[in-house]
Design a protein around this ligand. Structure first.
Ligand SMILES: Cc1cc2nc3c(=O)[nH]c(=O)nc-3n(C[C@H](O)[C@H](O)[C@H](O)COP(=O)(O)O)c2cc1C
Length: 184
């Protein structure tokens, strides 16, 4: 898909089929992610790729535990914050790098837009910060051979949109862009 078209038509997907993301497409998405610009070119983020169902389920429960109570109360009992997506990416940032959050956010942006260009559904899912601030996560980072200096920035769920998924319609705010042509 043409780049501008992919950027303009990308929409979050919150209902997926069970079909796993094609390996070659996942590779292309990850390649696009790793090519995101980063402060001083340090490529500071880490991308965790999780396709094991039991591991995704564990993260899902964990993620749900950080939902505010007033929202949790209104959710169905079987609500999955990751919408039963078959692939979960988690983007981490190295807290020692001053641009770490910006770097990781751009990485996530590339993932979302690359997925869109390949007709793969995606959605940024929040609360990675809370998860990776925990002692439990620091232990996990050790298991994965990563320093405990990594903090969570965001999850991205990936998969194929369910047939009956209704893509959100988006109206861009009229005052989103401000042209500046004056000074004091
Ligand atoms: C920083 C950030 C956090 C988000 N967290 C969640 C989330 O936890 N759960 C969710 O369903 N969607 C989440 N979203 C997706 C937004 O709901 C979605 O991007 C927004 O409604 C605009 O829709 P669009 O992506 O289709 O343009 C998040 C998006 C961003 C950028």
């Amino acid at each position: 898909m043409d780049c501008i078209e992919a950027l303009k038509t990308r929409r979050s997907v919150k209902k997926f089929t069970d079909k796993q993301v094609n390996d070659d497409d996942l590779k292309m998405i990850l390649e696009a992610a790793c090519n995101a610009p980063s402060g001083m070119g340090l490529q500071s983020p880490k991308i965790l790729v999780i396709q094991r169902k039991d591991i995704i389920e564990r993260f899902s429960k964990w993620n749900l535990s950080y939902y505010p109570d007033e929202i949790k109360e209104k959710l169905p009992d079987d609500f999955d914050p990751f919408y039963n997506a078959p692939t979960l990416l988690i983007v981490l940032a190295d807290k020692n790098i001053p641009t770490c959050i910006e770097d990781a956010s751009l990485t996530i942006g590339n993932i979302l837009n690359a997925a869109s260009s390949l007709d793969i559904g995606s959605c940024w899912i929040h609360r990675a910060r809370e998860e990776f601030d925990s002692i439990q996560a620091k232990e996990l980072l050790k298991v994965w051979g990563l320093s405990d200096d990594y903090i969570g920035v965001g999850h991205v769920v990936l998969g194929y949109p369910a047939d009956d998924y209704e893509f959100g319609k988006k109206k861009i705010k009229e005052d989103y862009v401000v042209y500046v042509d004056e000074l004091l």
